[in-house]
Design a protein. Structure first.
Length: 571
């Protein structure tokens, strides 16, 4: 072992002595890169793969499932550890999710979403701990508020009074929040969003109540003054009602137009106005309906109604009969005094009489239906106005079948065909059925046939038509001129070729005559040996070339034919 270490030491020492400065620098660089890679790998491997959403375990399975479902709606991956902690990718995501869960009241009551943001050592005093807690809560609330989309920045001020001995002397916790909102944010007027922000702050600051919390914007407007937001709520309600009104009118208008434009062109039916009145008041209606008792239901198999009804059904009956017989007794007061009975009744006293009283009490039952309903916004009076334009027909000449031109205006003659009364009645009936016409509701439907001004449209059509005719005439003239030029060129070529052919024939005839004369002279010279014939150099050369051409034509007739064809094509 010592020998091995000694050899390694000697090898390193020899390498260091024999190495140049460049090799030493490279060695140190490689070692530095290796050390940096090892440290970086260690830090990355030791870094946690996620952060806890809450520092407490979510033990309730239903609450845990609700939280996971809400996280999945945000397209954020999350998982649960074996000990019940919810893990999310990073701290920024955790802050945003805590904000969302608190605003939607999905955090279980036994979990403090803002716990665990400060640590306490053994030498920390209570005052320092309260300051740390206050700073941690302030920083956390600020981060949560700035995580909301429409909040650019948040200024948080929390006042936590010192604890006192007596509860009556304890001052309440208060907080002031100033928010800087984006230009197009609706958070300042949206009650639900402001309540969500307020709930986040109240959950983060222990002991803070709504009356001690003030949320304002950069202009100093108090946002959580819900009593003063009644005007905003009323305006929002009116805006929603108007939006519902416009939506209903647009739907009805689209239905009517789609039905009418199948019968006539869209250009003829385009002036359609629909106004729908809504009763936006909320009403509670109670009604009682009495109906007879069904003894026998109607048999659907029979062609007639065999049902049996009864107006009442007795459930109890009592009969009382009273009979009386004897003399009448007329009390006249105490003994020894004169009675107060009138003489008429005094004469009838002590007269024998008889009376019978019979009473029957019967309790009947009938069908009674009590209905209590809240009437939602209902559709009121519907008014519709529709204008159907007639048709314009271009007049044609029966002989030429072309459009007739008005001699006075120079435009095409047209004939207007208005909508007939039968078609107008059918259009009105179609509109009434489409909008659910009710006469007792006061609905009104008007269908007119006012002609639409189409002078500009007709003028544009006439200009295009006459321009098309002019273009057609110009095209015909140009084509005729081109045809004349072509015919003239062809005639010129034909005449030129004919003249050239005749000139060539004359030259050939002249050459043929000269050749015949030369041949005649040669034959005569042969016959007369004493005659000496002299030929010029040019004539000798021409005769030689002609003889060579004749020989070549005999030996290569195809090449000679191609050469002649090329000459003719060039000419």
């Amino acid at each position: 072992m010592n020998e091995w270490l000694r050899k390694i030491t000697e090898a390193v020492s020899n390498f260091w002595k024999n190495s140049s400065v460049i090799k030493k620098v490279i060695l140190f660089g490689v070692l530095a890169v290796i050390i940096f890679a090892i440290v970086l790998t260690t830090r990355v491997s030791s870094k946690p793969t996620g952060v806890r959403l809450f520092n407490s375990q979510v033990t309730d399975e239903q609450s845990r499932n609700q939280i996971l479902d809400r996280i999945s709606q945000e397209n954020i991956s999350a998982h649960i550890t074996d000990d019940g902690y919810i893990i999310v990718p990073d701290e920024k995501t955790a802050v945003r999710l805590r904000d969302t869960l608190v605003s939607e009241n999905l955090v279980p009551s036994y979990i403090d979403p803002f716990a665990g943001f400060y640590n306490r050592s053994w030498n920390t005093t209570d005052a320092e701990q309260r300051v740390k807690l206050k700073n941690a809560i302030t920083r956390t609330v600020k981060n949560h508020l700035e995580a909301i989309a429409d909040i650019v920045s948040a200024d948080v001020a929390i006042v936590s009074p010192e604890p006192t001995t007596f509860f009556e002397d304890q001052k309440p916790v208060s907080a002031s929040i100033v928010l800087k909102l984006t230009p197009n944010s609706d958070l300042a007027t949206n009650r639900r969003r402001i309540q969500g922000v307020q709930k986040i702050i109240l959950s983060a600051v222990e002991g803070l109540k709504e009356e001690n919390l003030v949320i304002s914007d950069m202009e100093g407007n108090v946002l959580n003054d819900f009593d003063g937001m009644a005007d905003f709520d009323r305006l929002s309600l009116i805006e929603k009602q108007q939006k519902l009104k416009r939506k209903t009118e647009a739907e009805k208008k689209a239905e009517v137009l789609s039905a009418l434009q199948k019968l006539a062109s869209a250009d003829r039916i385009r002036d359609l106005n629909i106004n729908v009145d809504f009763d936006m008041s909320e009403k509670s209606v109670e009604s009682t309906e009495y109906s007879p008792i069904v003894i026998k239901k109607d048999n659907p198999d029979t062609p007639y109604d065999d049902s049996e009804y009864r107006d009442t059904l007795p459930i109890s009956q009592q009969t009382v009969t009273k009979e009386w017989q004897g003399t009448g007794y007329n009390p006249e007061g105490p003994a020894g005094t004169e009675g107060q009975t009138p003489p008429v009744y005094s004469d009838m006293s002590n007269v024998i009489g008889k009376s019978t009283e019979t009473g029957v009490t019967q309790n009947n039952v009938i069908n009674t239906t009590h209905t209590t309903e809240k009437v939602a916004p209902q559709t009121g009076r519907v008014t519709v106005s529709l204008n159907v334009d007639g048709r314009w027909r271009l007049l044609l000449d029966p002989k030429t079948h072309r459009y007739v031109v008005d001699e006075e205006t120079g435009a095409l003659k047209r004939e207007f065909i208005p909508v007939s009364d039968e078609d107008l009645a059918q259009y009105k009936s179609l509109v009434e059925n489409a909008v659910g016409f009710k006469k007792d509701r006061g609905d009104s439907v008007f269908v007119g046939r006012i002609a639409i001004d189409r002078d500009e449209e007709h003028r544009a059509f006439d200009e295009a038509y006459f321009k098309k005719l002019q273009a057609r005439k110009t095209t015909v003239l140009v084509l005729a001129a081109v045809a004349v030029v072509l015919v003239g060129f062809i005639l010129f070529r034909i005449i030129t070729k004919e003249l050239e052919r005749r000139r060539r024939l004359r030259e050939e005839e002249l050459l043929r005559q000269q050749q015949a004369e030369r041949e005649k002279a040669l034959w005569e010279a042969r016959d007369d040996a004493n005659m000496q014939v002299t030929m010029s150099v040019e004539e000798s050369r021409r005769a030689e070339l002609q003889e060579n051409a004749i020989n070549m034509a005999k030996e290569h007739p195809e090449d000679v034919a191609m050469l002649i064809r090329t000459w003719l094509m060039e000419e």
